[in-house]
Design a binder for this molecule. Structure first.
Ligand code: AMP
Ligand code: MN
Ligand code: MN
Length: 332
């Protein structure tokens, strides 16, 4: 890995490398309703492990989202963990429930569980935990792991890793992007990741049904005097727009950009009757603690939770908690 200015390394715990050496067949599982980082980090790690002679299987409860469905080998994802694996690696998820239906503790609870994640709200549920909130994406952790282990990075793996790095930073546009992250991105491009093509396919392409969904959601925009901007996505809107995918395709980031707003929220009705709450905030306002208090998690500027109840139940409850958080932040 020749590069004139090697990127600063984030430390990898030695016990992680030892644990990875110790098994032959491993399931790598990421979170329900996956995003680009979930898919990129899982496929990146799976292909790295295979190049080291391991059998590795990518697992996710839900389908690969449109944003990254162009990546090679996305059809390798399985929805169930094979019964004969030696170990499980979870990646990009902060609590054990985010693995969803594939992880049955009765069946797999006795196996080593390696938790690789970059959420500060991680509950350290693994037998080995590598939680690195300084990493802007789980993909960045896979990059540092490969370097620490002296695993070569092929152009394909560099593409997976750069894709997740770009999606979790919205194209290197989040406040946590710094020189280290730029160096890692540059190194991945040097290794053969086609950044222009990745950007084009990932950010400059959306299904028409998603644009129609935004058109239906935006008339429901609400602004609270405390600096909260929010809207809803209902099952009926998804039906009318013909958009089945559960994620909002970036709507919450879009509305949070409104001048003067501190927090943006999208409340999405899920087919199972629960409500998905997606938070974004301005730098300096931490929404991850509210999300964690609601049973979810995430990052200071981007977090979420899934709540029981109808929109009418959930919205006032969440708004009250966010207002209380903002009031305390104002007093601090
Ligand atoms: P999203 O708004 O869905 O893009 O999610 C933003 C961030 O919050 C991501 O880092 C997610 O991992 C995290 N997150 C979203 N929903 C949940 C949830 N139900 N539980 C825990 N973390 C979540
Ligand atoms: Mn994710
Ligand atoms: Mn992530």
């Amino acid at each position: 890995m020749n590069t004139p200015h090697p990127p600063e390394a984030l430390p990898v715990p030695p016990e992680l490398g030892d644990a990875l050496e110790g098994f032959e067949t491993v399931a790598v599982i990421t979170h329900v309703a996956p995003d680009g980082d979930a898919i990129g980090s899982t496929l990146g790690l799976v292909h790295l492990l295979r190049e080291q002679g391991k059998q590795a299987i990518p697992i996710c409860q839900d389908p690969v989202p449109y944003q990254v469905n162009w990546l090679p080998h996305v059809d390798e994802f399985q929805r169930t963990i094979p019964p004969d694996v030696d170990a499980i690696i979870s990646i990009d998820l902060s609590d054990i429930d985010r693995m969803g239906s594939p992880y049955d503790p009765e069946q797999f609870g006795h196996l080593p569980l390696i938790n690789i994640d970059h959420h500060a709200t991680n509950t350290l549920f693994g037998t080995v935990n590598w939680v690195e909130p300084r990493a802007v994406a789980a993909c960045e952790m896979v990059y540092h792991l490969a370097r620490a282990q002296n695993w070569p990075l092929t152009p394909r793996v560099a593409t997976y890793i750069l894709t997740g790095l770009l999606t979790d930073t919205r194209g290197l546009r989040t406040a946590n992007v710094n020189a280290r992250v730029m160096h890692v991105a540059t190194h991945l491009v040097e290794l053969g990741a086609p950044i222009g093509e990745i950007t084009e396919l990932t950010f400059n392409r959306k299904p028409l049904s998603l644009i129609k969904l935004w058109a239906l959601a935006l008339p429901h925009l609400h602004i609270e005097k405390e600096g909260i901007i929010w809207t809803i996505i209902t099952e009926a809107m998804r039906e009318e727009a013909g958009h089945r995918e559960e994620n909002d395709g970036g709507l919450v980031s879009f509305i949070t950009a409104a001048e003067g707003m501190l927090v943006g929220i999208v409340f999405t009705e899920k087919p199972d009757g629960r409500v998905n709450v997606s938070f974004r905030s301005r730098p300096g306002v931490d929404v991850s603690r509210v999300a964690f208090a609601l049973g979810g998690g995430g990052h200071p500027q981007a977090s979420g939770a899934t709540l029981n109840g109808s929109l009418d139940d959930v919205i006032p409850r969440v708004l009250a908690q966010v207002k209380e958080m903002l009031q305390h932040a104002g007093e601090a």
